[in-house]
Design a protein around this ligand. Structure first.
Ligand code: ADP
Ligand code: MG
Length: 243
């Protein structure tokens, strides 16, 4: 579904020298998979996600999505951000509808799709609220709704739970896994960036361990479970808490 091939990225520093941030990243996201990118802050995880999303071109290598090289944001890939990235002057409904603007839908269809995404993520009744009136967890639900409303194939998540308190993060993760394992989400694959090893084990089928300076994949861990619902099993969650 998504092929990351030899992606390198360097930035030019103010003194003119090059800062190599990503040094040859290779992996494939298959259908039905949640892949975790686990690494320290500054290791290049966000840079890699932005390259996959078509927001930052790699210096070398390529991102292939359904057989085509990604050179601009493709319609089938959506992103959820750590800082929610909502517009404070827009309501929940308007923030979610923004995700659909490029699709050229009728007003009625725009509304219907936004309400569907808002309901799916547990925000019904909050359509006309403004972000400042919502808790952090609710704001990130808006972030999820805005990404899901386009019915993406692939969801990229850049530390979506790390600005939330521990309990709220846990609720959001569980709600997400619940929808995912029940096949209720319009997505076929996920890349989750995190620096939290428990979160990676709880949520991901494969974890790519990311080393820093420059960012590269050092190792891969497979988390094999008997069935998707097993991620929600209290026994599994107990085990993970002991990491
Ligand atoms: P992570 O998400 O793992 O914390 P980032 O991808 O945000 O890491 O950053 C990796 C490195 O790349 C950091 O040293 C950061 O300062 C640098 N970097 C990221 N974006 C830019 C940019 N647009 N220009 C220059 N340096 C950047
Ligand atoms: Mg980051």
């Amino acid at each position: 579904m998504l092929d990351i091939r030899g992606v390198r990225k360097s930035f030019r520093k103010p003194d003119g020298s090059e800062l190599l941030v990503l040094d040859g990243i290779d992996f494939t996201l298959g259908e039905g998979e949640i892949i975790g990118l686990l690494g320290r802050s500054g290791s290049g995880k966000s840079t890699l996600l932005r390259s996959i999303a078509g927001l930052t071109p790699p210096s070398a290598g390529s991102v292939i999505y359904h057989g085509n090289e990604v050179t601009a944001p493709p319609p089938g890939i959506a992103m959820v951000f750590q800082g929610f990235a909502l517009f404070p002057w827009l309501t929940v409904l308007e923030n979610v509808q923004l995700g659909l603007e490029a699709l050229g839908l009728s007003t009625g269809e725009l509304h219907r799709r936004a309400i569907e995404a808002i309901d799916l993520i547990g925000l019904d009744g909050f359509e006309s609220a403004y972000p400042r009136e919502l808790s952090g967890g609710m704001r990130q639900r808006v972030g999820f709704a805005r990404a899901l409303v386009v019915h993406p194939n692939i969801l990229l998540m850049d530390e979506p739970f790390s600005a939330l308190d521990v309990l709220t993060a846990e609720t959001l993760r569980t709600d997400f896994l619940d929808l995912w394992s029940e096949g209720q989400l319009p997505i076929k694959g996920v890349i989750l960036v995190t620096h939290n090893i428990e979160e990676a084990v709880l949520m991901c089928d494969r974890i790519l361990i990311f080393g820093s300076n420059p960012g590269r994949i050092l190792n891969e861990i497979k988390v094999e479970l008997p069935h998707p619902r097993a991620r929600l099993d209290p026994a599994f969650r107990d085990l993970v808490e002991r990491i």
